[in-house]
Design a protein around this ligand. Structure first.
Ligand SMILES: [Zn+2]
Length: 228
């Protein structure tokens, strides 16, 4: 179904971007993105995905809003202590009337995943996305920076690109930059606007992104033929 006049009007500015247009916008519209995690990295990522026109956003986060989340765009200070996912739903539903925002549930069948978490949560979510055969991006804050690992179809997996971090959460502005960067990377995959995309790891160091292609580790399961 082509974009409606109202959708063309809603996305008028981004439709003019070089390499973008109605076909990439439609690819974004029909996508279902599972967003794993909440907090200062996920807040901007969720907001950008909704504003850009992702058709269905599946919020997957079990934590309650904490004081540090209140700096993260979607969780006002008066909602601290309430479930982050339900507060995020309320905030996002006003962002774009064309975006469906739901809680993630078993059987939701996402077409892509954006992981805004760290440690075991990030590794497990990325591995679920890999075994499901869907493209995914992992944003992980660390110290005064962090990383965004981009895994388009067939690319080396998150485990191949993994590096041990400090475990220290970044300041809010850095977390927001990581979330925005991760959302932009996933949108480029969903839209097909820059295919073929290679897997890469982008390190955010003192505000400056440094990108390197990821390489498959010998013997990693991501190099085996996929069993459907
Ligand atoms: Zn791998």
């Amino acid at each position: 179904m082509p974009l409606s006049d109202a959708e063309v009007e809603r996305y008028a500015r981004q439709l003019l971007l070089p390499g973008w247009g109605k076909v990439p916008q439609d690819f974004v519209r029909v996508s279902r993105v599972q967003v794993v995690g909440g907090g200062p990295v996920a807040g901007p990522a969720l907001a950008y995905l909704a504003a850009a026109g992702v058709g269905t956003i599946l919020v997957d986060d079990a934590a309650d809003a904490a004081a540090e989340d209140a700096a993260g765009w979607l969780w006002p200070p008066d909602r601290v202590g309430q479930p982050r996912s339900s507060v995020a739903l309320e905030s996002l539903r006003g962002a774009n009337r064309f975006a469906k925002v739901r809680l993630h549930a078993t059987g939701a069948d996402p077409t892509a995943a954006l992981v805004c978490a760290s440690g075991a949560t990030a590794r497990e979510a990325a591995e679920r996305a890999r075994t499901a055969g869907i493209p995914h991006v992992v944003a992980e804050g660390d110290g005064d920076g962090g990383s965004v690992v981009v895994v388009p179809p067939g690319a080396p997996c998150f485990a191949c690109a993994f590096r041990v971090g400090t475990g220290i959460p970044p300041p809010p502005a850095t977390a927001a930059a990581l979330g925005a960067l991760a959302a932009a990377e996933l949108l480029m995959i969903l839209s097909g606007a820059s295919l073929p995309m290679e897997g890469r790891r982008i390190e955010l160091v003192r505000g400056h992104p440094q990108s390197r292609p990821t390489t498959r580790q010998p013997g990693c399961a991501c190099g085996a033929p996929r069993v459907v």
